[in-house]
Write a protein that binds this ligand. Structure first.
Ligand code: ADP
Ligand code: MG
Length: 351
């Protein structure tokens, strides 16, 4: 977990917009050769030479995408960066720069925004990206954060969602469902806290799940790993909404179908035991939980030997002809249509 410190309260109006920008950006130093000019002019100047440029934006809204009751601001800053970098890595590219725009109500003290920026700074440092700009404005109510990430890659290495072919293998990194179960734990503790503010929750057993929710890590390691293995995916996407909805995106964009094998879906033991505790079906959670920020990709069958046995990669299915449809093959060998909202054991007969 990231440490938090929040003692004093300085009102935003004491600093004013420019004072605030100066305070928040004073520690942000640029380090990449592709950053020609960072913060401090009307626009940043970047130079990717002969590489292709990737651009992606996400907007996070308080009360919709995050709840400050259990999301410390430093974690929020870190996670907001991860969400964006994950989209760059999902193109098989290197993330290089980010811009940060915030709209903030005066209920937040300056120190809270410094916490937010401490998380952003930490993420930028660990992931080697430069913060090259942003915008700062007021909001009447909550906090909004919009981050734009830029990246670069040689033209021939960029991987779209649209290149999957029938018979390609479907591969996922890491394990699934933990971020969603972490959220369930945090929601439960929030309710307990409402009833008894003196309660001291013992969350040790849930460390992995809570970390996956509060401090996700984007898979920066995967594009270089694939390069080392000499594997160029035919299609790739990151898992923000849940496995099934991302598989459906690849299928629709590529004009293919899929057979996904329930028994192959990678689950951490902590997810399995939390699902038992909450009486949830772990397959449903992996399929629809979301926020795992793992990468999902397809590769040619010819690459099987390069992928198999790699501890970061699990083959979970294969692509089919489009007319064969998109299916989950259950442990009991039943074929169930895959839905964007995942698979629910109670809804077997609906399409
Ligand atoms: P402008 O009037 O051109 O929009 P600003 O005064 O808003 O310029 O911003 C001054 C500089 O600070 C610009 O380089 C801008 O990109 C950067 N900046 C503004 N707000 C932020 C922020 N929240 N985070 C990082 N950089 C910021
Ligand atoms: Mg501005």
């Amino acid at each position: 977990m990231i440490e938090d410190s929040q003692n004093s309260r300085t009102n935003l109006s004491e600093l004013g917009e420019f004072g605030l920008i100066d305070l928040l950006t004073k520690n942000l130093v640029v380090k990449l050769p592709s950053t020609i000019k960072g913060i401090g002019d009307d626009a940043a100047v970047l130079d990717f030479q002969d590489l292709q440029t990737l651009v992606t934006t996400d907007l996070l809204v308080e009360g919709v995408h995050f709840d400050l009751a259990y999301m410390p601001l430093k974690h929020l800053g870190y996670k907001a960066v991860m969400v964006n970098l994950s989209d760059v890595y999902a193109m098989n590219a290197t993330a290089t720069q980010i811009t940060i725009s915030i709209a903030v109500s005066n209920r937040f003290p300056v120190e809270a925004l410094e916490e937010l920026y401490a998380g952003i700074e930490l993420a930028a440092k660990i992931y080697n990206v430069d913060v090259v700009g942003g915008d700062t404005t007021s909001s009447t109510k909550g906090l909004l954060i919009s981050i734009t990430a830029l990246g670069s890659a040689p033209k021939e290495e960029v991987v779209l969602r649209s290149g999957a072919k029938p018979n390609d293998l479907l591969v996922v990194t890491g394990d699934l469902g933990a971020a969603y179960m972490g959220l369930q734990i945090l929601e439960r503790e929030k309710e307990v806290f409402k009833v008894n503010p003196n309660s001291q929750p013992d969350l040790d057993a849930y460390t992995y799940l809570i970390e996956r929710q509060l401090k996700p890590e984007a898979r920066r390691d995967i594009p270089p790993l694939l390069k080392k293995l000499e594997v160029l995916p035919t299609a790739m996407i990151d898992i923000s909404d849940g496995l099934s909805s991302e598989i459906i995106h690849i299928c629709k964009n590529s004009g293919v179908g899929v057979n996904l094998f329930e028994e192959k879906i990678p689950l951490d033991p902590a997810v399995i035991s939390a699902c038992e505790e909450f009486q949830l079906d772990s397959t449903t959670i992996a399929l629809s939980g979301g926020e795992d920020y793992e990468l999902l990709f397809t590769v040619s069958q010819n690459d099987y030997d390069k992928i198999k046995g790699n501890p970061h990669l699990t083959i979970i299915g294969h692509m089919t002809e489009e007319r064969e449809g998109m299916h989950l093959i259950t442990r009991g060998n039943t074929k169930i249509p895959l839905k964007a909202k995942g698979w629910n054991a109670m809804e077997r007969d609906e399409d």
